[in-house]
Write a protein that binds this ligand. Structure first.
Ligand code: 13P
Ligand code: SF4
Length: 357
């Protein structure tokens, strides 16, 4: 039962003390979040992984790419544990290293590798944190960088300083929404579909482009629509609509604000007057915020419950199982990025950590 699991997790954590640190993403269910030593968005959790070099294990309640990132950034002998190995991210799976390398080869053939008069190379690869370690490694190797939803504009600026154009993957929406807000016209953001020559574009379009967008998307955030926003506005005049930048462009345009999961949390926390918030992001976070801030009305724009099904795979039962393993001296479900990939991925991640505004 829930009570038994809570007691097992608490007991194991007490026994382990400082030996373990539990990280939890905002999208985790409440029964997991209550046990986390740090809760945050993916950027904050990447930093949190660095704050406890003394701990022998980092238990990451999130999805696979987040645990990989923690492994890359943490001390080598620290074990990073993903309570359920099936907790992946469908968006991250939409860009595989082979397809990205094929795209890169075509772009290199088209543009060469020589920098222009200002020293900017033809293309800089930028990967969203929601991607495999191999893709982060690819970026590290090719002068590129990682971004999260909280620093995408800063990172794109970094990339525009060094490159004539950006190849952005896997999330087309984060790429488009961020670049658009920075003034890049839509016609300079062609989409790249793997398995089509030049990604389905002509050479002139690619030459004039600023951001080449991969065709990936988040199946949770793609559900939000302009119609839902219109309905919320009709029902609650004065409603504040805040959405995550993984939502499609029309949805971001129709909202009042957009930002990372932590941005959304802070916006609600900072409101001084009782306010109605309609939120376009994962429902576990929205419901938790609604409970935490009862002075406000907080609801999810999507009336059909929309959890991230892979985040949800971290059941408290798995958390108990991995923690009890550690108590018994057994590391269960360790995520280990091979050293070769980790060293180049670290380069791309460290560029991101250094590119703070
Ligand atoms: P944040 O970076 O805003 O935490 O988002 C992570 C994520 O997976 C959103 O779908
Ligand atoms: Fe991936 Fe979307 Fe889930 Fe985030 S919400 S982990 S992008 S599937």
């Amino acid at each position: 039962t829930e009570t038994e699991l809570r007691a097992r997790i608490t007991a194991a954590k007490e026994k382990l003390g400082e030996r373990v640190v539990v990280l939890g993403h905002f999208y985790q269910r409440d029964e997991v979040v209550e046990h986390a030593d740090f809760v945050g968005d993916s950027f904050q959790l990447a930093n949190a992984a660095l704050t406890r070099p003394d701990a022998e294990a980092i238990v990451f309640c999130g999805v696979h790419f987040m645990a990989e990132t923690a492994d890359i950034l943490s001390r080598q002998d620290q074990a990073v544990i993903l309570p359920n190995l099936a907790a992946g991210c469908s968006m991250a799976d939409m860009a595989d290293i082979d397809s990205v390398e094929q795209a890169w080869a075509q772009l290199e053939e088209l543009f060469g590798t020589e920098p222009d008069a200002e020293g900017r190379v033809p293309v800089i690869p930028v990967t969203y944190m929601n991607s495999s370690a191999a893709l982060k490694g690819f970026c590290g190797e090719h002068g590129g960088i990682v971004c999260t939803s909280s620093n995408a504009a800063t990172v794109l600026e970094w990339a525009f300083e060094r490159g004539q154009r950006v190849l952005f993957f896997p999330d087309q929406h984060l790429g488009r929404n961020t670049a658009k807000a920075m003034g890049v016209p839509l016609e300079q953001m062609p989409m790249w579909s793997p398995r089509k020559p030049l990604g389905g574009n002509d050479a002139a379009t690619l030459r004039d482009s600023r951001v080449i967008l991969w065709h990936g998307f988040c199946s949770v955030h793609k559900r939000f629509s302009v119609a839902q926003i219109e309905k919320a506005r009709a029902e609650y005049p004065g409603v504040r609509v805040i959405v995550h930048p993984e939502c499609p462009m029309e949805v971001v345009d129709a909202a009042d604000e957009y930002g990372s999961t932590d941005y959304i949390r802070k916006a609600i926390a900072a409101a001084t007057e009782p306010t109605v918030f309609a939120i376009g992001t994962e429902v576990n976070l929205v419901n938790r915020l609604a409970a935490e801030y009862p002075q406000h009305t907080v609801f999810c724009l999507d009336p059909v419950i929309c959890p991230c099904s892979t985040m949800y795979r971290i059941h408290p039962g798995y958390l108990a199982w991995v923690l009890e393993g550690l108590v018994e001296g057994e590391v269960r479900n360790r995520i280990e990025v091979p050293a070769g990939v980790a060293s180049t991925a670290r380069v791309a991640l460290e560029r991101m950590l250094a590119a703070r505004p």
